[in-house]
Design a protein around this ligand. Structure first.
Ligand SMILES: Cc1ncc(COP(=O)(O)O)c(C=O)c1O
Length: 480
């Protein structure tokens, strides 16, 4: 796999110089011409590096004078701390639906000017034109498409492209062992229904994506929340302790890569250990791999299924965050439960319609897909950096934030015990939507957290909204 583009390497070099104090605020960085000579790079590489540092807020351009190191008004944000407790809460029937629904309804009562609550990027971040062209071509080539029944299991070309793409995550799966679904949401529902019954205990990360809690609630299953590290994901020690208390854990559901909301990435050793641990206990392991294509780094991240030897890992993913939020395309490779999952899908919703699959297959089968992902990762990296910088500059002292190696979100810990639901309500009154931490657990452990989406290009409006949000937090923090 390729390493970071040259301009990024150059920007990284100067970031290091700024962080170590070699270059200080107000210092002029070498001119573009000097950069070209010093580093043997082209004009466009030198310019791109400077523009990236400018858009990351590290440099400012002064007309006819060049680029200067910006004055930072803040210290870097402290990271989110590791969880203290290693013992999970008792397994509970999830009772979070009313809370989530009430907050979601309040969030949609009025239009907002700035939305930090989404789980995908802004429309401009996705290749609308390329997908539109591919869809138009599919319809032209198959004029009877809407009059014909859809292939069960999914369109062959789409499944073939998914199977080829899975190789990057070190998964070897035949196209016919991939079932196309309505997003990852349907995949997770099918996976859970295939391996568990109402009343069963399902181990999940804590905090976890609230959609998963809603699914568990709707299926009448009990969530066992396992403490999870903001760096390395689910705590395997805590899981082991949980298994000593509960002998009826039916499945473990994890987001191994860029967990929502933590942004954690499980190291390969932990992935291997978790797969072996579940295998030894005949516990189904369901992985939700929606975000891994948004991770930075030289090599793609491995999926848990890469270590699966017995068919015990169910791999679920979707295009919602990485390519086309409007297509609602997901998939599942369910290993030894594949036949049962196919039956459940057939009984629940029948096959997905074909047009979106055909368009996605054409786009993903071309070089345009990798180019799009590279651009998307780069945009998100810059947007996350700018939001983090604004938080560091504007939020009250004691605020902490995650620093994920990719993805859409920042997980922000508010100082003291500022209640995130109050922040949500006051922000809504100011036309800003956020996701309060209370939605990510059946417990109240994350009441003073917010999840902020960084998927919208950073503008003055976003900067102002973050300032308003900071003022809301500061007011609530000052309350006795
Ligand atoms: C971790 C995780 N899994 C699943 C989903 C839902 O995926 P989809 O939109 O493909 O149904 C989301 C959406 O935010 C998510 O964050």
């Amino acid at each position: 796999m390729e390493s970071a583009p040259l301009y990024r390497q150059l920007a990284q070099h100067y970031l290091h110089a700024i962080e170590t104090g070699v270059l200080k605020p107000g210092d002029r960085v070498p001119s573009v011409r000097t950069l070209m000579e010093l580093h043997g790079v082209s004009l466009s590489t030198a310019l791109q590096a400077c523009r990236q540092m400018e858009s990351d807020g590290l440099l400012e351009a002064r007309p006819r004078s060049g680029y200067f190191v910006r004055h930072r008004r803040h210290k870097p944000l402290a990271p989110i701390e590791e969880p203290v407790a290693t013992l999970p809460d008792p397994a509970q029937y999830v009772g979070i639906h009313e809370r989530i629904s009430a907050i979601t309804a309040r969030g949609h009562q009025q239009p907002v000017a700035v939305n930090f609550a989404g789980a995908c990027g802004a429309p401009a971040l996705y290749p609308a034109q390329g997908l539109r062209n591919a869809a138009a071509r599919a319809l032209r080539l198959h004029p009877q498409l809407f009059g014909s029944a859809a292939d069960s299991g999914g369109h062959p070309a789409f499944r073939a492209v998914l199977a080829r793409n899975a190789l990057l995550s070190r998964i070897t799966v035949a196209p016919e062992d991939i079932l196309v679904t309505h997003g990852c949401t349907e995949a997770l529902n099918l996976a859970l229904r295939a391996v568990a019954q109402p009343g069963d205990v399902i181990a999940v990360e804590s905090p976890t994506y609230y959609g998963l809690l809603q699914i568990l609630e709707s299926l009448g299953m009990r969530a066992l929340e396992i403490p999870s590290s903001p760096q390395t994901g689910i705590s395997l020690e805590a899981l082991e302790l949980a298994a000593q208390t509960y002998d009826n854990i039916r499945a473990v559901v994890v987001v191994p890569n860029l967990q929502n909301p933590l942004g954690s990435i499980m190291p390969d050793a932990n992935k291997a250990q978790l797969v072996a641990w579940c295998d030894a206990r005949a516990i189904a392991l369901i992985e939700d791999d929606c975000f891994s294509a948004l991770a930075e780094g030289d090599a793609p991240l491995a999926a848990l299924k890469a270590w699966d030897r017995s068919g015990g890992v169910i791999h679920c993913a979707s295009l919602h965050k990485i390519l086309a939020p409007g297509m609602r395309l997901g998939w599942i490779a369910a290993g030894k439960w594949q036949a049962r999952v196919e039956m459940l899908k057939y009984s629940q919703s029948r096959p997905n319609e074909l047009l979106a699959q055909m368009a996605a297959a054409e786009f993903m089968g071309s070089g345009a897909f990798e180019r799009h992902l590279r651009r998307l990762r780069e945009q998100l990296r810059s947007q996350r950096a700018q939001v983090a910088q604004a938080i560091a500059a504007e939020f009250p002292a004691g605020t902490r934030a995650s620093n994920p190696n990719g993805g859409l979100h920042l997980w922000v810990e508010l100082p003291g015990s500022v209640p995130s639901e109050a922040v949500f309500d006051q922000a809504m009154a100011a036309g800003i939507r956020v996701v309060p931490g209370v939605m990510f657990s059946n417990s109240n452990r994350f009441d003073h957290f917010l999840r902020l989406n960084c998927g919208t290009p950073f503008t003055l409006e976003i900067e102002r909204a973050l300032r308003t949000l900071a003022a809301v937090v500061a007011r609530l923090a000052d309350k006795p």
